[in-house]
Design a protein around this ligand. Structure first.
Ligand code: ARG
Length: 284
């Protein structure tokens, strides 16, 4: 792991506090790239499913090693993208907003995730009327929900989320098809801190981000291209794609502990660390 390889550094920022999380993941048992709904997917390119499973297992072990709880949802045959659990729902204070997918290929995943939450004792589960792809496009800060649109989640989906959660939704327009979900372009590091790729957003949305997060970590094009922003933070440890070395350095300078993992096989479907991880925010 990259963070253990370097000597201890003196930080000017105070030590960051990790908060124990509960994550929901889906083993890539049926993973393949048989259709193309984002520019990363190429059905002609072979996929090594065993390697995808091994890389995914490693990610799960990293979370367990950090003391987090990892729950698993049973993968459905015929839904190769179900491994990208972040898209399955959005959960805040135990309230579950189900997902409604833009593409027919993923339609069955929405009800499957809702069913999982109902079966696990969640009573406030909304089956949405408008398209939203869960935490792929909804990222939660201390005060707001940052919400991506442009490719998948609709502005009506944003309004539906604001009404359901009673939290202000900040709409952000994505403009680069390679960064089609908000979680491929921005990661929440802490209640008030984010890192993002400015080039993925419209000029107005970039201005909004500068206004809300003037001290944000900005990713280089190279780090964004290896999906460095598809990261999961517990407030201290930031699990991110191993190849995003520049971003790891920047995070260290901001007092975070970057932990690189290799998920390149799952990148063939257009997802990495965050895509594989649904943050189940129970009542605190
Ligand atoms: N193949 C999937 C899709 O295009 C990848 C989803 C990645 N998930 C994410 N949270 N960005 O829908």
């Amino acid at each position: 792991m990259s963070h253990s390889a370097t000597a201890p550094v003196q930080y000017r920022t105070p030590a960051r506090q990790a908060r124990t999380r509960r994550y929901l993941m889906c083993r890539p048992t049926y993973f393949e790239v048989s259709y193309r709904i984002n520019p990363w997917m190429d059905p002609a390119k072979p996929v090594d499913r065993d390697l995808a499973v091994a890389q995914w297992e490693r990610l799960r072990e990293v979370y367990l090693g950090l003391g987090h709880q990892v729950d698993l949802i049973e993968p459905l045959p015929g839904t190769p993208d179900m491994v990208y659990a972040a898209n399955g729902a959005t959960v805040i204070d135990g309230k579950v907003l189900g997902a409604r997918f833009r593409n027919q290929e993923r339609a069955a995943e929405g009800p499957a995730y809702q069913e999982w939450f109902r079966a696990h004792g969640y009573t406030d589960v909304l089956d949405p009327r408008h398209v939203n792809e869960g935490e792929g496009d909804f990222l939660v800060t201390g005060a707001w929900i940052l919400a991506g649109t442009g490719f998948r989640t609709s502005p009506q989906g944003h309004a539906e989320a604001q009404e359901f959660f009673g939290r202000p939704v900040i709409g952000l327009e994505l403009v680069d098809p390679r960064y089609y979900h908000l979680d491929t372009a921005l990661a929440v590091l802490d209640d008030n801190e984010v890192m993002y790729n400015p080039a993925a957003f419209s000029p107005g949305s970039r201005a909004v981000l500068e206004r809300l997060f003037p001290t944000a970590v900005l990713a280089s094009a190279a780090d964004a291209e290896v999906f460095g922003l598809n990261a999961v933070s517990d407030g201290r440890n930031v699990v991110l794609p191993q190849a995003a070395v520049g971003l790891a350095d920047q995070l260290r300078r901001h007092g975070f502990e970057p932990i690189g993992v290799d998920l390149f096989e799952l990148l063939k479907g257009g997802g990495s660390v965050k895509c594989c991880t649904l943050d189940v925010r129970d009542q605190r």
